[in-house]
Design a protein around this ligand. Structure first.
Ligand SMILES: *Cc1c(COP(=O)(O)O)cnc(C)c1O
Length: 465
């Protein structure tokens, strides 16, 4: 499989180069040249595969430059750190399926992609006798999941920017208590979008990028999207086995559009009708639900909510969908994205029918979230984290005729203990990974949201061959 850029400015590259490139060298995002189709027969044969076996079947259709046995080993190693054999178990609560994606080392769904990506990086660097300095911005969960994906790896240093005092205490501690010598936490005075903008600017400085062997781990990396495609298929298979239901609907708490975009890819791969609805659930930072419902893709101010990993306005994966929406026309994508960076908006009203065939969207206010956590606990004795609650609220609002919807549970509730305890009025038991955090030693740099200062820091602390 070859990968192209949404902006059309690079020669097609194979998977391993696409992973190493992160953001395409022309500023666009990488996509597979075609989306492989899975026939009903093959799909039927996948029914009883383990998570890891299924991951291999799916990933190998997008990767033809890693030998089969190596790819299997990478997948196995990546999911060995999970605390359940199922990796992504489904639990049934009332009329909903809850897919628990938080059984990895940092208790959030990002582990599913980042454990894999860390191992792929290590594998390729070893092969090429090279090193990498990973640079990323996080709104909370990506940071710790990325750090856990690469901590202690010999050929990798990692620099993670997080918005100072805008991530939860647990999220902050999960990052800053990793004191391995290859891990550098940077708290910036600003928002997640500021951090993300700095990272994008630094990556666009190609001399610096090459000189410092920079690599990305943000959700722009194609390998992350790919790893996430797997659990959509896993969920569909599970649902068809348990309820004989041939179609599945998903509700996806959305921030950077990476997770739901993986669902979009899964839908295009699978036999027609296997995935019916993709419900895009946002918190008060609702640029994406406005995009779906009104064709209005325009920046608002970022407001802080109880689901900080979704406090995002410019969703970095949106460009991938835009490319498909614009008939895979790189010139038009380029124009639209240039317009977006100049004016902060893209008018998509002409595409509304198309968009609404692909997605439904709903927004949950802070009140909706608290109420949902409380009610769900009362009714089912099951505790939702605030991100998952956004998805559950939206699912219940859009559920038609009681048809089951699969809600992606993106974080363990203990990561957001304050919100969850005050909503349910009960105290929750902390898993050991969290209970022990507060007493650990930490390491972190506080800096202004200034790209030059951050570049200097990277230069001083980067790994060299
Ligand atoms: C990152 C994250 C999201 C949003 O996922 P995107 O891929 O950015 O849309 C939702 N919930 C949690 C807990 C997250 O960490």
């Amino acid at each position: 499989m070859q990968y192209i850029s949404t902006r059309g400015g690079i020669e097609p590259v194979p998977f391993t180069e696409a992973v190493m490139m992160g953001l395409a060298n022309d500023g666009g995002l990488l996509l597979p040249r075609t989306i492989p189709r899975i026939g009903s027969e093959t799909y039927g044969e996948w029914k009883n595969l383990s998570y890891q076996e299924l991951a291999f079947e799916i990933m190998s259709r997008f990767i033809d430059d890693i030998p089969e046995s190596d790819l299997r080993a990478l997948i196995d190693r990546s999911y060995a750190s999970f605390d359940t054999e199922e990796i992504a178990p489904l639990v049934h609560q009332g009329s909903l399926h809850i897919m628990e994606l938080f059984h990895g080392p940092t208790l959030a769904f990002k582990d599913i992609a980042l454990q894999f990506l860390g191992n792929v990086f290590e594998y390729l660097l070893e092969k090429n006798d090279s090193v990498m300095n990973i640079l990323g911005a996080t709104s909370g969960d990506t940071g710790s999941a990325a750090i856990y994906g690469v901590r202690g790896k010999e050929r990798i240093n990692i620099f993670i920017l997080h918005p100072h005092n805008r991530v939860s205490k647990v999220q902050e501690k999960q990052m800053t208590t990793v004191t391995d010598s290859n891990v550098f936490n940077i708290a910036i005075r600003g928002t997640f979008d500021d951090g993300q903008a700095i990272v994008k600017t630094i990556f666009n400085d190609l001399d610096f990028k090459e000189g410092q062997h920079l690599g990305a781990i943000n959700s722009i990396n194609w390998a992350r999207v790919l790893a996430q495609v797997v659990y959509y298929v896993y969920a569909c298979l599970h649902i068809s086995r348990h309820e004989n239901d041939k179609t599945a609907n998903f509700s996806v708490p959305t921030g950077n559009f990476g997770d739901i975009f993986a669902g979009y890819i899964a839908r295009r791969m699978l036999p027609e009708g296997t995935i019916r609805q993709l419900l895009l659930a946002t918190n008060s930072n609702d640029i994406l639900s406005r995009m779906v419902n009104d064709g209005d893709y325009s920046l608002g101010d970022v407001v802080a909510t109880s689901s900080p990993s979704m406090d995002i306005q410019s969703a970095s994966n949106f460009e991938r969908y835009l490319y498909y929406l614009l008939d895979e026309d790189a010139d038009r994508t380029n124009q639209a994205m240039n317009q977006f960076s100049e004016t902060g908006k893209i008018d998509l009203t002409d595409f509304q029918d198309h968009i609404q065939r692909d997605f439904t969207a709903e927004k949950a206010t802070e009140e909706d979230v608290t109420h949902t956590i409380a009610e769900f606990y009362k009714e089912h004795g099951y505790i939702l984290d605030p991100h998952t609650a956004v998805g559950v609220y939206c699912a219940l609002k859009h559920q038609k005729n009681g048809l089951p919807i699969c809600c992606l549970a993106t974080a363990h509730p203990a990561k957001f203990v304050d919100t969850v305890e005050s909503a349910t009025g009960t105290s929750i038991e902390l898993p050991e990974a969290i209970a022990t955090l507060m007493d650990k030693e930490t390491r972190c740099e506080l800096m202004d949201a200034d790209k030059n200062q951050i570049k200097e820091f990277i230069k001083t602390h980067s790994k060299h061959t």
